[in-house]
Design a protein around this ligand. Structure first.
Ligand code: NAP
Ligand code: HSE
Length: 429
């Protein structure tokens, strides 16, 4: 015997479309495996006449999303429209009216997740968001439940599929940035506004969610330090490769005695590091703690189909809870805490300078680093004469010392340009 639960969707784009296809056209397989008949009762979109490449019965479509939320036949609302407004108020209204909510919206969860989880708890319903981080990779539930007893010290990895896809093709094929970004959009990896991907905002939202769950201290998405990949040039990718590195957009969350630091930025990763071989839209996240050592979660991080699997898992869980009459709690008690000032966070650094190749130049450059307590690990030079390229890698140093060094270098008459400054993510001393 199957049990019926009504599902309403807010959005039928890349992710919502893939989920609707599963719910409508593969419902028998879901019912056979779970005993649940998940019935789509309404689908909100902006444009009801748009060709979606999927046959959604016309009577289900509406351009009034509150109609779906208020539909008494809908027990579970799936929010896949994205953005903060109106998604936030729709989710809140659904929860307040006793409906479970499943969302893929990391921007919303990073901005209002704490508040919405409290609303869900007060209403005795669940708000699930496995699809918000890592596409098809189960990472939210392991962090919130399986690892609830571990004192997690860091969460580090690649959490944006679009930028990893772009970087992979730039590195492997020398493909132009604009061309591969357009391809990532065509493949359904990118956000509605891809600036969120390439500027690091999407990864910052995900980093905030992961840090909040890992450390039990709420981290607001807009407080996460972020730099994107827009300024990465093929010339730097080429120099980095010759020095044994490849660029990756990393999300790094650490909980140490100095406090919590959460940041997103491009970094050069040694070619033999496990993250260096993560290609395309794949995501990979290392979770570390004293008892577990290191866990690696990896898999397809973007795209409609894998994300629909994560959503469907949450829909099935919500349906089971509703039928069992379980009162779901937000489970994690979040403390409030301050994030460390990024200026004090240390990193190893890669710099590309354009310099004059004359006696004494290197000594003057080294003196600037020395004055600001930045220790140089290695130096390479290419070219001769008035325009030579100098590549430097430093040892671990706080961002503020590096910034002071860059200002000092820029003021030297023998340095015509500090062309590139990138962090290096390496386990080497
Ligand atoms: P999308 O393709 O742009 O789809 C958004 C859908 O929402 C569209 O169907 C759109 O209607 C509808 N919509 C937007 N605003 C609306 C409004 N005010 N009223 C009614 N309908 C509205 O986006 P997506 O890629 O599916 O992403 C959806 C969510 O999933 C986002 O939060 C995203 O961050 C998240 N996510 C995406 C991926 C991915 O790989 N794409 C992976 C994980 C999570 P129209 O179709 O009529 O325009
Ligand atoms: N735009 C996101 C990405 C979708 O590229 O990772 C998955 O969250």
């Amino acid at each position: 015997m199957t049990m019926q639960v009504g599902v309403g969707l807010l959005g039928a784009g890349t992710v919502g479309g893939a989920l609707i296809h599963r719910l409508i056209f593969e419902s028998e397989a879901v019912a056979a495996k779970t005993g649940l008949e998940l019935v789509v009762k309404g689908v909100a979109v902006r444009d009801k006449d748009k060709d979606r490449g999927i046959d959604i019965p016309a009577h289900l479509l509406t351009d009034r999303p509150f109609e779906v939320v208020d539909n008494p036949d809908v027990g579970i609302v799936v929010e896949v429209m994205g953005g903060l407004d109106p998604a936030g108020e729709l989710v809140k209204r659904a929860l307040e009216s006793g409906k479970a909510v499943v969302t893929a919206n990391k921007e919303l969860m990073a901005a209002r997740g704490r508040e919405l989880l409290e609303v869900a708890e007060a209403a005795g319903v669940s708000l699930l968001f496995e699809a918000a981080v890592g596409g098809g990779i189960p990472i939210i539930r392991p962090l919130s439940e399986s690892l609830a007893g571990e004192r997690i010290t860091s969460v580090v990895g690649i959490v944006n599929g679009t930028t990893n896809y772009i970087l992979t093709r730039m590195v492997e094929e020398g493909a132009p940035y604009e061309e591969v970004l357009a391809e990532a959009q065509r493949l359904g990896y990118a956000e509605a506004d891809p600036v969120a991907d390439v500027g690091g905002g999407d990864a910052a939202s995900k980093a905030a969610i992961l840090a909040s769950l890992a450390f039990g201290t709420w981290v607001d998405g807009d407080r996460v330090f972020r730099e994107g990949i827009e300024d990465l040039r093929l010339v730097d990718i080429d120099f980095a490769r010759r020095l044994g590195y490849t660029p990756k957009l990393l999300a790094i969350a650490e909980d140490s005695e100095e406090g919590i630091a959460v940041r997103v930025h491009p970094a050069l990763v040694p070619l033999d590091h496990p993250l260096a071989s993560v290609r395309g839209a794949t995501n990979a996240v290392f979770v570390s703690g004293p008892s577990i050592g290191e866990l690696l979660f990896t898999g397809p991080g973007a795209g409609g189909e894998p994300t629909a699997t994560a959503l469907l898992g949450d829909v099935i869980m919500s349906a089971r809870e509703r039928l069992a009459g379980t009162q779901v709690r937000s489970r994690i008690r979040f403390a409030s805490g301050c994030l460390r000032d990024p200026a004090g966070v240390t990193a190893k650094w890669f710099l590309r300078l354009t310099v004059a190749d004359r006696p004494g130049v290197l000594a003057r450059i080294a003196a600037v680093f020395g004055r600001h307590q930045v220790s140089i690990k290695s130096v390479w030079q290419e070219g001769r004469g008035d325009v030579a390229t100098l590549l430097l890698v430093t040892h671990e140093s706080p961002e503020q010392n590096l910034s002071a060094s860059v200002a000092g270098l820029s003021a030297l008459d023998v340095v015509s340009e500090v062309a590139t400054v990138l962090r290096v993510h390496s386990d080497e001393p």
